[in-house]
Write a protein that binds this ligand. Structure first.
Ligand code: SF4
Ligand code: SF4
Length: 139
């Protein structure tokens, strides 16, 4: 069985490895303001899906036999949405995005639902303001 190694310093808690895991052995749970990501100590599958999708290259494998049964558990503090207050992402993900995105608008801390609402509001506003009155009159 290959040993799995996950870098505590590099993992941002995005959960991409959980979605990619074909064996369903990497798990994620958000509870009480924290995110828990759990890996088995070793994996018998021959894939490298989790390693491939990891944006920070935090996962690596070692061919020697995995030692010990205790899983690897990583814990992250969750950030709350500025609008609705729901915890939805990790502080580390926010830091990771901020270090890569230079547009200040992208730093707004909104959950996916509130982000969608805000986009709808913006589109509605743009629709009103952006309408050409001549086109309206010709109809
Ligand atoms: S190698 Fe990674 S993605 Fe594949 S089954 Fe094992 S833990 Fe899951
Ligand atoms: S994909 Fe990488 S960064 Fe994201 S939770 Fe898994 S190990 Fe951590």
């Amino acid at each position: 069985m290959r040993e799995i190694s996950v870098s505590v310093e590099d993992c941002i808690g995005c959960g991409a490895c959980v979605k990619a895991c074909v064996g369903g052995v990497v798990t994620i749970e958000d509870r009480e303001g924290r995110r828990y990501i759990t890996f088995p100590r070793g994996c018998e599958e021959s894939c490298v899906a989790c390693e491939d999708v990891c944006p920070t290259k935090a996962i690596s494998f070692h061919e020697e036999r995995a030692t010990g049964d205790s899983p690897i558990e990583l814990v992250f503090s969750l950030v709350r949405c500025e609008r609705c207050g729901a915890p939805f992402t990790t502080e580390r993900i926010m830091g990771y995005l901020e270090s890569r995105l230079h547009d200040r608008r992208s730093r707004e801390c909104l959950c996916p639902t509130c982000r969608q609402h805000r986009l709808c509001e913006a589109l509605r506003g743009k629709g009103e303001e952006g309408r050409d009155p001549r086109i309206h009159q010709e109809r």
